[in-house]
Design a binder for this molecule. Structure first.
Ligand code: PXG
Length: 289
């Protein structure tokens, strides 16, 4: 596998990061997860824009332009001979001395991996997922900005541990006020009386690119949608529920905290949205060669 690392395409065995890199020492860095389908990178511009915004918010001065990062990403995918897969693009604070001070790290590091990913077994895309609420809360926006896709994922990982130990594949994370924020690696939507609802970003959700895509698709399909604070009650009594993410794509949820959602099978609106999403990813995107 060829990895892009700080300006060079190198073999995986040569792609090494210093133990003094603050991305490793402190989780100080940002990343993107991007999919490509049929030889085209889906929402490349949007992901690179979010990467630059994340970097800016945490005071990482990117030494590359948007266009360069798009080009490096395309080169990496092309160098690996895949037509469908997942890109993991990581920017770290770079090498520095011990101690938190990020200003001791003169240059950020960037690496790009083009591989494949499967978050959930295929059968769940047809049958739906059973998910649970976890005890681990999303940090308040004043503690960790939810829009920043940072390398600091311990919060989500603790939530994932709880989900798996409870026999579920995914967990709903609440914020400090008890409102639904999102899942460990996906945004959440419910359908109630014909209207789609999704939590507000300021309730602790990542400003997901798939979330934004679904909001646009809903408008195209003529499905009303609101962004608002949701509680567990709203999910318990929802007609339908699904999760969205670049890696997860659109996945139906059929049970939550052991309550059956709707009739326990993926609902008609969820299936419509899933089909429309599949169609969109297969016919749009940036060609990488
Ligand atoms: N919420 C969180 C906390 C995420 O990490 C999403 C929502 C969905 O956002 P997008 O923009 O992808 O629609 C994410 C996505 C990985 C990996 O290993 C990354 C994510 C999720 C799962 C795995 O790269 N991020």
């Amino acid at each position: 596998m060829n990895i892009w690392l700080d300006g060079n395409l190198v073999d995986e065995s040569e792609a090494r990061i210093s133990v003094f890199d603050h991305g490793l020492l402190y989780g100080d860095g940002v990343f993107e997860g991007i999919r490509f389908y049929n030889g085209r990178i889906f929402k490349l511009e949007e992901h690179i824009r979010r990467l630059f915004d994340s970097a800016k918010a945490i005071v990482i001065d990117m030494p590359w332009t948007h266009e360069e990062v798009c080009r490096f990403t395309c080169e990496t995918v092309a160098a690996n001979g895949l037509t469908d897969g997942y890109i993991r693009l990581v920017v770290t604070r770079g090498k520095g001395s011990l101690g938190l001070n990020p200003f001791q790290c003169p240059v950020p590091s960037m690496f790009i991996i083009a591989d494949t990913i499967q978050l959930y077994p295929e059968e769940h895309y047809l049958k739906g997922l059973s998910i649970v609420t976890c005890g681990t809360r999303r940090p308040p926006p004043a503690a960790l900005m939810p829009q920043v896709k940072s390398l600091n994922y311990l919060n989500n990982i603790m939530a994932k541990v709880e989900a798996i130990q409870a026999g579920a594949l995914e967990a709903v994370m609440l914020n400090e006020q008890g409102y639904v924020a999102e899942c460990t690696g996906d945004n959440l939507f419910i359908l109630k009386n014909g209207t789609l609802h999704t939590p507000l970003i300021n309730d602790g959700a990542l400003d997901g690119i798939t979330r934004a895509t679904i909001i646009e698709l809903a408008a195209t399909l003529g499905i009303p949608l609101v962004e608002k604070s949701l509680t567990r009650y709203d999910i318990y009594t929802a007609d339908e529920c699904f999760l969205t993410g670049t890696a997860a794509e659109v996945i139906p949820v059929v049970a939550y905290d052991r309550r059956v959602i709707g009739d326990g099978t993926p609902g008609p609106v969820t299936r419509r949205v899933l089909e429309a999403y599949k169609d969109l990813v297969n016919r749009t995107g940036t060609p990488f060669r």
